[in-house]
Write a protein that binds this ligand. Sequence first.
Ligand SMILES: Nc1ncnc2c1ncn2[C@@H]1O[C@H](COP(=O)(O)OP(=O)(O)OP(=O)(O)O)[C@@H](O)[C@H]1O
Length: 381
Amino acid sequence: MKSTFATLPQVAHREPVRIRLRQCARTFAGRQGQHTALHPLDLAVEPGETLVLLGPSGCGKTTTLRIISGLEQPDAGGEVWFGDEQVTHLPIEKRDVGMVFQNYALFPNMNVAANIGYGLKIRGYSAEVIRQRTGEMVDMVHLQGLEQRAIHELSGGQKQRVALARAMAVQPRVLLFDEPLAALDAKLRDRLRIDIGQLLRQLGITAVYVTHDQAEAMALGDRIAVMEKGRIAQLGTPQQIYHQPATAFVADFIGTVNRFAILGRGQGSLQVTGGGLPSDYQGDASLLYCRPEDVRICTDDEPVAVRGRVIQRFFLGQSQRLLVDTGAAEPLQVDSSSRQHWQVGDAISLSVPADALFAITGNQTQPHAGEKAESAAGSST
Ligand SMILES: Nc1ncnc2c1ncn2[C@@H]1O[C@H](COP(=O)(O)OP(=O)(O)OP(=O)(O)O)[C@@H](O)[C@H]1O
């Protein structure tokens, strides 16, 4: 992969490294006894890959990241490898990692340029290399003209750009991000998310990115590890995680799902709670799921239409989410174009294409009709 740093041979270009965790667990002693933050975890991040750790608060994302960085040690027996070097007992300053945190962690007494050049300075690079490299990083994160500003004179988004530039300036072996956008408002978060995505692709550095924001995870991750209670519930590409969730937890955490209980098959359709579905679904699970955007609003005379009534409507800008009472225990969630006029109380007919249905059986997703089993959810290795 092309490195943007090729113009500065003085700062060594590195081949991206593979990160590997072997049986990394972390137990904390608390007032109520031992608390397992992380169950023994095996995980590989491929060279140049961005792996996102995604999950709710307390699921062990930050602990995993801190074990990779050296800020935290795994329990005895756990190993951390960067390429073929075991780094388990190396302190953070010897691991050659760049970190970007939610709270920026910038040096308040130094200006923008000095913050960005700090890592190069303590590594003994010449003033000329530092000046050139800092300029390159300033361009990269779009901070031109702000080089001499004090940190307290910057906005949150600008501070995070400085933190990014500082982390990348020394071209570390590994880049680690801990909720870097969590403190920013929605618009800035979107903008920086795009910029970080472009930078990561451009640099080709192996990166691990912690977030609880699924949109961020989908946009940035080559793969996503969804974590639940100190374990990886599923590891896969954003597409696999979204379309073939391995567990009900993953399906619920990543977006919204509709659930259908299967009552039986008959008369060309699958009888489910709240209506019928096409009978060409091949699986034999007792629960089926589909995403709101896959439910089709149709005409009354279509044979497998599920009929219902709109009970709530949320306008979302680019689309609208309708909650439809079909007589089942839970309303069906349906996405519709935001230009369609729906009112609470309107009658509506819906259908779900067979290939939009998926089943979840235990820890393994059954691929929906027509899909190959091998494309189903992966597990951590
Ligand atoms: N130093 C510590 N001492 C005791 N318990 C800890 C410590 N650090 C983390 N924990 C506990 O370990 C569990 C996992 O914490 P961790 O910070 O990894 O979660 P997280 O997924 O990053 O959550 P969040 O999104 O809230 O940061 C939590 O229950 C947390 O309370």
